[in-house]
Unconditional design. Structure first.
Length: 281
């Protein structure tokens, strides 16, 4: 049945082409170039994303699928005007061929991320502890990982009084698989935000525990100074949350490059000062 319909449609197309060629040339018209090399003269009345409607002389209209159209020549033919017998010999320059461009699907524009701060902020050097103080800090870090809440609470208070010097000892606990100890360690780091803790904060953004995600988000905001919303309370890792955390990752990468350049510059300046002092003697 479908083969008969195709055959009838094919015969109708051939008949319209033959009749269109026998008709006298209108004053103005268009030429439709098909993919198979055929040409159809007429007047384009309408065109949408699927087909175009072509007026063929006095025969009526026909619909042509856009998939079979290669191009359309608008007002290509200019026939003789009334009372001018030599008008057929006059030719006007042909307008440029208008190609049929298939419609493109609309794509969502990506979410713009805030620019990372390009200022050089070299982190302050962490203070060093004495031998006896180091032993006490290690004992408190051990208590911080105990199951009893009383031990963790007491150790958290003691480590908080140490200040930034306790950061290197607390960072391993902030990566612990024991969520309660990890939360206590993040609270300690949050009281003294330092670039040394930035990796722990980035890792915690995708943790399974919601409180670890919240504290890590607060820590990275305090370290970077880049505030913003973060869906820490959602258990499932979404594309939005991953895109939100990407801005802090970009900031950390940029800051590390700036830190390295600043350190190299400082070393060069130190060498120059040493050479000038040596030559002045």
């Amino acid at each position: 049945m479908s083969e008969k319909r195709d055959d009838v449609g094919h015969r109708s197309m051939i008949l319209l082409l033959l009749l269109g060629a026998l008709l006298p040339t209108p004053l103005k018209g268009d030429t439709v170039l098909l993919v198979n090399g055929s040409r159809i003269d007429g007047l384009v009345l309408d065109q949408d994303q699927k087909r175009l409607v072509l007026q063929i002389g006095g025969l009526g209209t026909m619909q042509i699928p856009n998939s079979t159209v290669r191009s359309i020549e608008k007002n290509r033919r200019i026939g003789p005007s009334v009372g001018d017998s030599t008008g057929s010999d006059r030719q006007q320059p042909a307008p440029p061929v208008t190609p049929v461009v298939p419609p493109q699907k609309k794509t969502r524009s990506p979410l713009l991320l805030p620019r990372a701060d390009s200022r050089v902020k070299l982190p302050a050097e962490l203070p060093e502890l004495s031998g006896r103080k180091i032993q006490q800090v290690k004992e408190w870090v051990g208590e911080l990982q105990r199951q009893r809440a009383r031990n963790r609470s007491r150790a958290e208070q003691q480590l908080a009084t140490v200040g930034p010097a306790a950061i290197p000892f607390v960072i391993p606990v902030a990566r612990s698989s024991f969520d309660l100890a990890r939360i206590s360690a993040l609270r300690i780091l949050l009281k003294t935000p330092h670039f040394r803790s930035v990796d722990v904060a980035l890792e915690g953004l995708s943790a399974d525990n919601r409180w670890v995600r919240k504290l890590s988000w607060q820590l990275i905001v305090n370290i970077s100074g880049i505030s913003g919303e973060y869906s820490w309370d959602r258990q499932k890792l979404s594309a939005k949350r991953a895109q939100q955390s990407r801005r802090w990752h970009l900031w950390v990468q940029q800051q590390r490059r700036l830190y390295e350049k600043q350190r190299m510059w400082n070393q060069d300046q130190y060498k120059l000062r040493g050479e000038s002092t040596h030559s002045g003697r």
